[in-house]
Design a protein around this ligand. Sequence first.
Ligand code: NAD
Length: 296
Amino acid sequence: MHIGFLGLGNMGGPMAQNLLKAGHQLSVFDPASPAIAALVELGAAAAASPAAVARANVELIITMLPAAAQVKSVYLGEDGLLANLRAGVMLIDCSTIDPLSAREVAAAAAEHGNPMLDAPVSGGTGGATAGTLTFMVGGTAADFDRAQPTLAAMGKNIVHCGDSGNGQVAKVANNMLLGISMVGVAEAMALGVALGMDAKVLAGIINTSSGRCWSSEINNPFPGVLENAPAARGYSGGFGTDLMLKDLGLASEAAKQIRQPVILGALTQQLYQSFSAQGNGGLDFSAIINLYRKDA
Ligand code: NAD
């Protein structure tokens, strides 16, 4: 299939590579990515603008952009996709944005005759490279079925979450819980160690008891508990504090628009905002434990 791909950053670059490896033909655009050269070497055609991708006779377009502002400009702008695209071409936005913006862009696409899915991912850059991402997909069941084989070249779990925007709903709800649970684990680990317990023994108890969760078991924030977690390498790599802050902001914003309380989500957002403001935005989000450790 001839696919247009826009946004070739840390996630989009490897995702596009997996589409090429699966035998698809690609027309790609990114205003500033070192990934373009590697993709062209693998056979992709570089386009000069979103409009050029739209006019390249593609059958499907995928975007993986930083935030809602770029998604709106790429889809709705004068030199953007919809203004230059023939009806019928399917659109899939994999960026993480707020559900209401996703629904707004999908409605504009539908008016133009283009079916659109929101399909944010989890699995990070490792999952993008390995082709094992989870896709949380919002849109009609028929469009989901049509897109499924293409998404399968980039991911392992591809889940239809319901109507337009619901992929983003699943993503923000999950990541808000992840942020809250990480702060909870950090607080509990720091308390236990400050009261005299060995961190590894405490983590072992939690992970075989009712406090167990992904943040305690797979990405425990206390250094020395897990050999391969970011905590073991000065919190480098992993899922950045600023990316977590972005997702908590999306959850709070979506909640505000429908007057839904997210009390712990908002508190967690403020903790990450303060941690980021102290210059820690690039550290893995488990480094939030440093807010609690007197010795850190
Ligand atoms: P990134 O900043 O590495 O890549 C974004 C790319 O989009 C950049 O190359 C940028 O030049 C390009 N871009 C900006 N404006 C553009 C435009 N108008 N047209 C085309 N390209 C444009 O970001 P990333 O880490 O690849 O993340 C992309 C999305 O995936 C974000 O929404 C992020 O929240 C989400 N996400 C990231 C991760 C992760 O671990 N990095 C995990 C899950 C989801």
